[in-house]
Design a protein around this ligand. Structure first.
Ligand code: RAT
Ligand code: ZN
Length: 419
């Protein structure tokens, strides 16, 4: 084929892939968004977009206000300081800043005048129910996994009281305090009627399992989840490893649910930054191997924060089919790393992966997180299909659609359903 002909062919393939990627709905498998029934727990709008902890960390690179003077300020004032530091006094080139602009742009707001009050006026006029639907439609997100914690004092009463579920919002049971702060958590479980104590005796474990069962049923959890620090090891004699082995894993087996691990978060590297103060540290994937090999009847959803863990994690996924790799989040959710990780994952584990989740904490972020990822995925897939075509394999439109569906939640659903 002549150079010109092969360029035309590639351009046609790129358009075909882009169109399919743009139109395939997503199941966003990990977010911090809430069913609208949780009212003010569902964050949305320009103030929240600006005080997102990713932006807070970046703004403090420029701000000279002491941390302890920043936090008592109103959200409006915090948002103004961040807007000025990150959008007015410097060009907003970081991924988190660009994200705000992509969102505004797709919501058809004009940010060119740098007019924050005008943006605020627009958001003030929105109705939250309609805004949820609008953001989901713009992001082409069909369903969302929330992060649901019985240990959250604002969230727990809503579940206890009961409400009519919005089918677009699926629950996931977050268990960090149970695994990482057992002594404090045990006291709370006692208050809630579970007969537990500090020592992890057999009756205590069985009460911990009763707690997990009650909450799994109450919220209809799709999976259980924890975020673990770099020094997490399994097996181990400490409470965390013991509770995983004796309570969480048997519980997951009983209910046929995956256990999701978010690895490599070094908590409170700078506590003065609060939610923005966590860092990253290499995770020990030998522990993931021990879990996957030692508990073949359990299913593990795993994502790692350090870039340096990604290759080893893909290799592990080649060895264990009870391991499903997902997402590029927080410090890995920057375009060049997302692209590198997505290419590496497809090259090592094909389409049996969920390459992205949004980790959105603010509803409107869905719009940019998925727009940015779709752009990268289109590029990566076009390259892959073009390479197949050079090898004499022409993927049909239906095949491309099938593949994208898998990457956007189909492979995840298949993994959850497998016994
Ligand atoms: O990406 C984030 O916003 C982090 O703060 C965490 O939410 C992380 O994703 C987690 O769920 O622990
Ligand atoms: Zn998260």
């Amino acid at each position: 084929m002549s150079g010109a002909a092969s360029e035309t062919k590639r351009a046609a393939l790129a358009r075909r892939v882009e169109k399919i990627v743009a139109n395939t709905p997503v199941f966003d498998i990990h977010t911090h968004l809430y069913d609208p029934a949780f009212k003010e727990l569902l964050l949305w709008g320009i103030e929240e977009l600006l005080v997102y902890h990713y932006l807070v960390a970046e703004a403090f690179r420029y701000l000279d206000v002491p941390y302890e003077q920043f936090w008592p300020l109103s959200r409006t004032r915090q948002a103004e300081l961040i807007w000025n530091a990150l959008f007015v006094q410097h060009s907003p080139v970081s991924e988190a800043c660009r994200g705000v602009l992509t969102t505004l742009n797709l919501l058809e707001l004009d940010a060119r005048k740098r007019d924050l009050p005008a943006l605020r006026r627009w958001f003030a006029k929105q109705n939250v129910e309609k805004h949820v639907t609008r953001c989901l439609e713009l992001a082409k997100v069909e369903r969302i996994c929330m992060t649901n914690s019985p240990f959250d004092d604002l969230e727990r009463p809503v579940w206890e009281k009961g409400f009519r579920r919005d089918e677009r919002f699926v629950a996931a049971l977050r268990v960090d305090p149970l695994l990482l702060a057992w002594n404090d958590t045990a006291r709370r479980l006692v208050e809630w009627g579970y007969e537990v104590g500090a020592a992890l005796s057999a009756p205590v474990i069985s009460e911990a399992r009763r707690f997990l069962s009650d909450w799994t049923k109450r919220i209809q959890a799709k999976y259980l989840m924890v975020s673990l620090p770099p020094d997490f090891r399994f097996p181990d004699v400490n409470g965390c490893a013991q509770l995983i082995e004796k309570a969480v894993l048997p519980h997951c087996r009983e209910f046929g649910l995956p256990f999701a691990l978010m690895l490599g978060v070094k908590r409170a590297v700078n506590p003065a930054l609060r939610l923005a103060g966590d860092g990253v540290g290499l995770a020990d994937l030998q522990s993931v191997q021990n879990l996957c090999a030692g508990f073949p009847e359990n299913k593990f959803l795993v994502t790692a924060l350090p870039r340096e863990n990604q290759h080893e994690l893909c290799v592990l996924a080649r060895k264990f089919r009870n391991l499903h790799v997902f997402g590029c989040w927080w410090f890995t959710n920057v375009p060049h790393v997302v692209e590198e990780m997505t290419r590496m994952r497809l090259e090592l584990i094909g389409l049996s992966v969920t390459p992205q989740h949004s980790d959105a904490r603010v509803l409107d972020q869905l719009v940019y997180k998925w727009a940015h990822f779709r752009e990268i995925l289109s590029r990566v897939l076009t390259d892959k299909y073009a390479a197949l075509s050079r090898a004499g394999w022409e993927p049909t439109t239906a095949e491309i659609q099938r593949d994208v569906k898998d990457l956007f939640g189909g492979a995840f659903e298949g993994f959850c359903q497998a016994r």
